[in-house]
Design a protein around this ligand. Structure first.
Ligand SMILES: C[S@@+](CC[C@H](N)C(=O)[O-])C[C@H]1O[C@@H](n2cnc3c(N)ncnc32)[C@H](O)[C@@H]1O
Length: 290
């Protein structure tokens, strides 16, 4: 689908043309689309990510404890499972693994129906844990994440995945909400992989709501953080939340960049922060060192 057609159709989170409409009017105010991976397939993101990334970032992982990942806004788990397989280099047909000692993912979503489906369909139940959680609910977030981390004697995750969720937090919680969301994530994760939605998706999401005859998102018109959303998020994470940008892995065909950050106090650094938000070919530009 051409970019303009995608945008007209709602870019973010509208089923592709020809598919039956799966959304009821007013549904998915959080981006909780029931078949999200059909129109934004995991493969688009995975092809940009080096499979060896986690093993390079955390070379000591397997000997000590599993690498701990947090997937925020996991939807029905398709991307979470795909990331797990990708980073463990499991073949497509492999549907079970005994690698839960190597990588464990806590995957959360605000929508209990999606989480239930994710749990039911997950081929790696020992390695991926799905929970219903509104990440903006501080009390529940602390309790649920703390309980998961304490099983491993840890207080933070090695890496957080924040894929195509920033816009929904921003639209539903405003500038302050986005800022706080990024603050929580950066305090919880040593590394953070973020796929921000570009501003055109905000306009499309608002337009879609209007077409459904619904009210605008509460915050849409008052957002001061706008424009180049990837740069805005880089700015917030690096200037306000003590992270540094390690690299951009490139852009998906939906024009979303994949940005890797690390907490500044992280000592085990294995990636040279060579390319910032430059476009395209970043993967070739990554260098690893030991
Ligand atoms: C557009 S989907 C992205 C799904 C997946 N991360 C991906 O990229 O394929 C955004 C997901 O974020 C979830 N979400 C939105 N706000 C949330 C919140 N406050 N806490 C947890 N999940 C949230 C939605 O329910 C939805 O499943």
């Amino acid at each position: 689908m051409a970019a303009s057609a995608r945008e007209n159709f709602g870019v973010e989170e509208a089923a592709s043309e020809g598919e039956p409409r799966v959304l009821e009017p007013g549904a998915a105010p959080f981006g909780n689309f029931p078949h999200y991976s059909r129109f934004h397939p995991p493969e688009q993101r995975l092809r940009l990510l080096p499979p060896e990334l986690l093993r390079r970032l955390f070379p000591q992982g397997p000997q000590t404890k599993p690498i701990l990942g947090l997937d925020v806004g996991c939807n029905s788990g398709d991307l979470s499972v795909a990331l797990y397989k990708h980073f463990l280099a499991l073949r497509e047909e492999e549907t079970c693994s005994d690698a839960s000692g190597e990588l464990r993912l806590l995957c959360c979503d605000i929508d209990p129906v999606l989480v239930e489906r994710a749990e039911k369909e997950c081929p790696f139940p020992d390695a991926l844990t799905f929970i219903t959680l509104d990440f903006m609910n501080q009390r529940r977030r602390k309790a649920l994440l703390g309980s998961f981390l304490s099983q491993f004697g840890c207080s933070v995750f090695d890496i957080g995945f924040c894929m195509s969720i920033t816009m929904w937090i921003h639209l539903n919680h405003g500038d302050r909400g986005l800022w706080e969301f990024l603050a929580h994530l950066s305090s919880l994760c040593r590394y953070l992989l973020v796929e921000p939605q570009p501003w055109k998706c905000y306009r499309a999401a608002a337009r879609r709501l209007r077409k459904l005859g619904l009210h605008d998102f509460d915050h849409f018109h008052s957002l001061a953080i706008r424009g180049d959303m990837a740069s805005q998020i880089v700015k917030i994470l690096t200037q306000d939340h003590g992270m540094e940008l390690v690299c951009c892995f490139g852009n998906t065909s939906w024009d979303r960049s994949l940005l890797l950050f690390r907490a500044r106090q992280t000592t085990e650094t294995h990636l040279i922060p060579e390319s910032l938000v430059e476009e395209g070919k970043e993967r070739n530009r990554l260098r690893f060192w030991r």
